[in-house]
Design a protein around this ligand. Structure first.
Ligand SMILES: [Mn+2]
Length: 321
């Protein structure tokens, strides 16, 4: 639940801005882009006299380019006097990718609002609209809009529903609360184009993605500790023509092997090995496992990154017939 006072202070701050800069985290996912465009379109509708710059360090993934307004997203930042910043889905300044170039933007003495649902949010903004019980940043944007009675158009609803869907894995993850279903119903009533989202986000996969996933699945091996483990090398990315972002989602299939305690995908990228861990079990904490390699995350989904590369190991055993 958002605090009435925080919402009112945010509206006052935004109304007095000479320019609003909306910004999500780098390497954006559906919730980042959905909440970024959703709030941008809402602000444009409510405060038509205030210019808005919509910023994300990295390009929008192809699967999300159908969302209204994606072409207006810029990838660089030029701070100006009188800017008010709105950060979306970003737990820490560094996740935006602009913290080193423009540290002053993240100083809470400057007017800024952060809309986020990560429990690890560092409350770096001047006004922090943080709700760790929300499944997505988009859910909080909806609550904000309803609090101040801002109209949610079909375009805005489509952007926001996309984030609700992607951050709950299509309403399948354990964070799919009663409030998530309420938010979905509310956005459908506003004309969200649900089938367009399903088709573009969940039912479309590039050939390179499918080929990469083929390699991921083919190489699954089961360990004595109850892990379903697989690895993708730089060679796999090169041979399939896939980029790193195309690995997203493959872990759910690795995690589907019955009877396993956890699953892991190791991937080689830029001199590092990244590990993604998942579990379906309540008695396994993959964030603790990731913690041993300086990583972290949630109990059921976590990750780490180590400098190095992958070395394949084949084990042979002679057995009697
Ligand atoms: Mn999110």
């Amino acid at each position: 639940m958002l605090k009435r006072d925080d919402v009112q202070r945010s509206v006052d701050l935004l109304s007095g801005a000479s320019r609003i800069v909306t910004m999500c985290h780098s390497n954006p996912d559906g919730d980042a882009i959905g909440s970024l465009l959703g709030i941008t379109l809402l602000l444009e509708q409510q405060l038509p006299h205030v210019p808005i710059q919509c910023v994300c360090k990295d390009p929008t993934p192809e699967t999300l380019q159908f969302l209204p307004g994606t072409s207006r997203i810029v990838h660089n930042l030029l701070p100006c006097e009188g800017d008010v910043y709105v950060f979306l889905d970003s737990a820490e300044p560094k996740l935006t990718g602009f913290h080193e170039q423009y540290p002053q933007v993240f100083d809470a003495s400057l007017p800024s609002i952060s809309i986020d649902h990560h429990p690890t949010n560092s409350h770096f903004a001047q006004i922090n609209l943080i709700d760790a019980t929300a499944a997505s940043a988009c859910e909080i944007v909806v609550e904000f809009a309803d609090n101040v009675s801002w109209n949610i158009s079909p375009d805005i609803a489509t952007c926001l529903l996309t984030g609700v869907y992607t951050d709950t894995g299509g309403l399948l993850h354990s964070n799919t609360s009663v409030q998530v279903y309420r938010t979905v119903a509310r956005l459908l009533r506003s004309g969200a184009r649900q089938q367009e989202i399903v088709k573009r986000v969940f039912r479309t996969a590039k050939l390179s993605t499918l080929k990469l996933w083929g390699r991921v699945l083919e190489k699954i091996s089961l360990t004595d500790e109850g892990g379903a483990i697989t690895a993708v090398t730089r060679g796999d990315f090169a041979a399939t023509g896939a980029d790193y972002s195309e690995l997203t989602g493959a872990i759910d299939y690795v995690n589907a092997v019955p009877g396993m305690r956890f699953s892991m995908i190791l991937s080689e990228r830029d001199g590092k090995v990244k590990g993604s861990l998942r579990t379906l079990r309540d008695d396994v904490d993959v964030s603790a496992m990731a913690g041993k390699f300086d990583g972290g995350g949630h109990k059921k989904a976590a990750g780490f990154a180590l400098p190095g590369k992958l070395k394949p190991e084949v084990r042979w055993k002679v057995v009697h017939d």
